[in-house]
Design a protein around this ligand. Structure first.
Ligand code: NAD
Length: 492
């Protein structure tokens, strides 16, 4: 990507340059090179996209669902053929490694595959003879224009928790990608164009908070699917619902992992390193606190220290690299500041990844894997979403103590346990206050046919992204009660 791209919006089947004259640079976080400029679109440009999506909805909702999914089958084939290209773009603009980017694309494609089952997934219910000669049935109809807003950490996957289901159920969509990683969505929209979706079915408007607020206030947008930080998720949920919209808003996370002394050392260590440091800790399912139970610390702290120190940090495009940079210099400074605050509060440094220098990539935002031990339970490292390659470790005596620590936290995106003890695992699964649970799993990311089930301050709404939840979110139920008396008809 040598020449700088000026990104465009995609509205009603056409690529359109924003007339706002305002742009945001999109740098490569490993090199500092500017890859593209993303427009900060105007309110009028958003309005035009929504109006045209609304117009397109009138026809799209009448296209048989069996035909609507044909565009998804075409898209799936195109995505498969372009995985390497897409992965490269994700790595260039986000910084994660090529394998992580390929994994992200796999997850996006799986959502397209699941949404191809929409003819069955959106079936309604019927009960005959609810009263003599009266039948009642429930059908699912699309909402209209739906808004989709995504965060920076998965430039492709997260919008795909929603887009395939939204359009397969007969809605038209306006997507606002993260302005920090907009190039991947540009490429994805080019593939949606190639898949042949009719004009106005899928639309993309670039921008930041102004466009989000415009979507929240627009009367023709019927629902908002949002993923991002908790503060913004709360804002999106309250403003969107106050405007009468259906809103699903996923927020930030702080994911505790309980480790018992009987857990397999090699597997647990490898999985934990990937969970805490994969995607440089910029995953909403990253293990960010390890709670060592009943002496597990003596076994696992040395193993974690050795493995974290060996992890290869660098430019994610290079195959030997296991961890890339964080998204921006501001985030690097924020994360290093949190580490220092943690130390000031009494935590001890086990592995210090600050001041990382990667030869040849001095302009990159690198922090190497960092582990702090004895982090105070109510301290900054244990309670704040760091969203960087930082693992805090604390210790306690029993599974009960550990579950209590976890459940007192404000987030509920994920909790995991590592053990060979089935009854400890069962207790954890039953009592942990989180919507995604891992048992000997480091990143408990639900497959596309399960809902991405955040709880507490990790989610505001009722229905999550993916699978049947998404189908239900993007449809409204209509109940019909019918009477057709025999005596009214001509007798055939
Ligand atoms: P963010 O909240 O800064 O941005 C998310 C989206 O909101 C972007 O499209 C952005 O342009 C927009 N936005 C930013 N500030 C806004 C404001 N003040 N008003 C209106 N809109 C605004 O999040 P991010 O930094 O891009 O992503 C990282 C966050 O997302 C982390 O907190 C992470 O945990 C969370 N996340 C959560 C999940 C989940 O499933 N719960 C998944 C992925 C990421």
């Amino acid at each position: 990507m040598s020449e700088q791209l000026e990104l465009q919006n995609y509205v009603n089947g056409k690529w359109v340059s924003s007339a706002s004259g305002k742009f945001r640079d999109v740098p490569n976080p490993a090199t500092g090179e500017i890859l593209a400029k993303a427009p900060a679109s105007s309110a009028a440009e958003l309005d035009e996209a929504v109006q045209l999506a609304h117009k397109a909805f009138q026809d799209w909702r009448k296209v048989p669902v069996t035909k609507r999914i044909q565009y998804l089958f075409a898209l799936k084939t195109l995505l498969e053929a372009n995985v390497e290209d897409l992965a490269r773009i994700i790595t260039l603009e986000h910084g994660k490694t090529m394998d992580e980017s390929r994994g992200e694309m796999r997850r996006a494609i799986e959502n397209v595959e699941v949404a191809c089952g929409t003819p069955m997934l959106m079936m309604g219910d019927v009960v005959e003879d609810v009263a003599p000669g009266i039948d009642e049935f429930m059908i699912r109809q699309p909402l209209g224009v739906v808004g989709i807003i995504s965060p920076f950490n998965f430039p492709a996957m997260i919008a795909f928790w929603f887009i395939p289901y939204a359009v397969a159920t007969g809605n038209t969509a306006v997507v606002k990608p993260s302005s920090r990683v907009p190039i991947t969505m540009d490429k994805l929209f080019r593939l949606m164009e190639e898949a042949g979706f009719p004009a106005g079915v899928v639309n993309m408007v670039h921008g930041g908070a102004d466009i989000v607020n415009g979507m929240l206030d627009h009367p023709m947008i019927k629902s908002i699917s949002f993923v991002g930080s908790t503060e913004v998720a709360k804002h999106v949920y309250s403003r969107g619902t106050a405007n009468g919209k259906r809103v699903s808003a996923a927020g930030g996370a702080k994911n505790p992992v309980l480790i018992l002394p009987d857990a397999d050392v090699e597997t647990t260590t490898a999985i934990m390193m990937d969970s805490a440091f994969g995607c440089s800790g910029q995953r909403c399912l990253a293990a960010s606190t390890a709670i060592m139970i009943g002496g597990a610390d003596k076994i696992f702290i040395p193993a974690f220290a050795e493995a974290a120190t060996k992890r290869v940090t660098g430019y994610g495009i290079q195959p030997e690299v296991q961890m890339g940079p964080v998204i921006s210099p501001q985030d690097k400074a924020r994360i290093e500041n949190l580490i220092q605050q943690g130390l000031n509060e009494g935590a001890e440094m086990l592995v210090d990844g600050r001041n990382a220098v990667i030869p040849g990539y001095e302009n990159g935002n690198f922090i190497k894997p960092t582990i702090l031990v004895d982090t105070p339970v109510n301290g900054i490292i244990a309670t704040t979403e760091v969203f960087g390659p930082v693992l805090g470790i604390m210790s306690c005596n029993t599974v009960e103590d550990a579950i209590k620590i976890m459940n007192e936290g404000e987030y509920g995106n994920m909790g995991s346990i590592f053990t060979r003890d089935g009854s400890a695992a069962r207790k954890f699964r039953n009592e942990a206050d989180a919507g995604n649970i891992g048992i000997n799993i480091g990143v408990a990311a639900p497959m596309a046919f399960f809902p991405f089930s955040g709880w507490k301050n990790s989610f505001f709404g009722d229905l999550h992204g993916q699978g049947k939840h998404a189908i239900e979110f993007f449809t409204q139920t209509k109940v019909v009660i019918e009477r057709w008396p025999r005596e009214w008809s001509r007798k055939f």
